[in-house]
Design a protein around this ligand. Structure first.
Ligand SMILES: [Zn+2]
Ligand SMILES: [Zn+2]
Length: 321
């Protein structure tokens, strides 16, 4: 009897999840890139862009801590911003805090914070995700009234939170794209925004968080909203291909946009590679926080010297041509 009840509960949960998934996929497919709003005419450009991964799964050297989360310190001329907050692992000190200390990074000098999407590995942990907020760790407080651009309703007691619903310039040469929607089977609907920086004479540098929206849609949105060719694609593209035996099983299962019995596979990675290759960027820097060693090797093969895996402490610098 108890077993039958248990089975009935599982069946009804499966039906509820499947129903939500089908409805959510339809909803997300209604968001077409052509309807994302008008071009940004006031973007401007920067002469220098530096991107320093403070949180990533891979590290430049053993003294730095790796975790499957994302936080990048970005300097675009005089604007200093943080892109995402990491996963927040660590009892006394979060990974962000430990690496920030080692790299000489502080939250004090920030002009703003951009949150790509409301997932634990980008907002500083599951507690922050549940509470619809963000955190850098135990000690690193955000400067008060710091402007924070989020793609979905979130709140913070000290920060000045701005929910982005269309493309928006946040500094000279720097903008966030409109949040793009995607339905994930287990985690449910997610809206994710990418950051773009226009480097004078080089082109557009696109920075993504998890890369849940298909990169083709993100690139198409960038092209529609900004009249600048893509120079670099940097960040997460959610390609945990052949995840068994790697630390990326949770990403492969929980973050999947497909039915649970359809893993993210080699064909998915090839289609992402094709979308990027079509744009001919000079640089592709893939995040290992949601991509496996197989995927990183596939990107190495596809892009050769134009590709590098992102590592904590390994800064990427792009200067005006
Ligand atoms: Zn992620
Ligand atoms: Zn995510």
């Amino acid at each position: 009897m108890r077993a039958r009840l248990g089975l009935a509960a599982v069946a009804s949960l499966a039906a509820a999840l499947s129903g939500r998934y089908v409805a959510g996929r339809e909803e997300a497919s209604r968001q077409v890139v052509a309807g994302l709003g008008k071009k940004l005419t006031n973007l401007g450009a920067v002469d220098s862009l530096a991107i320093m991964p403070v949180v990533e799964r891979l590290t430049r050297e053993p003294g730095l801590r790796g975790e499957p989360g994302v936080s990048y310190l970005i300097k675009a001329d005089d604007l200093t911003l943080l892109f995402d907050c990491g996963l927040g692992l660590g009892r006394d000190e979060s990974t962000f805090e430990a690496n920030a200390r080692a790299l000489g990074v502080t939250a004090e000098g920030l002009d703003c914070l951009v949150i790509s999407h409301l997932h634990a590995d980008h907002v500083g942990g599951p507690r922050s995700q549940l509470r619809h907020t963000f955190s850098l760790g135990h000690e690193q407080a955000l400067p008060s009234s710091l402007p924070v651009y989020v793609p979905t309703q979130m709140a913070h007691p000290r920060a000045d939170v701005c929910v982005v619903d269309e493309a928006r310039v946040i500094g000279p040469g720097v903008a966030v794209l409109p949040p793009l929607e995607r339905m994930l089977f287990w985690l449910g609907p997610v809206a994710e925004q990418a950051l773009v920086v226009n480097v004078r004479g080089q082109g557009l540098v696109l920075v993504t968080g998890c890369g849940h929206p298909e990169i083709e849609r993100t690139l198409a949105a960038a092209e529609q909203i900004v009249d600048v060719p893509v120079h670099a694609v940097i960040g997460g593209l959610h390609l945990p291909v052949h995840a068994m035996g790697t630390p990326l099983v949770p990403q492969a299962v929980l973050g999947s946009p497909k039915w649970p019995w359809q893993p993210i596979n080699e064909a998915d990675a090839r289609s992402v590679i094709d979308s990027i290759r079509e744009r001919g960027p000079a640089l592709v820097a893939l995040s290992g926080h949601d991509s496996t060693p197989w995927t990183i090797a596939a990107f190495d093969q596809a892009f050769g010297e134009r590709h590098q895996a992102l590592k904590v402490g390994q800064e990427i610098v792009i200067r005006a041509a």
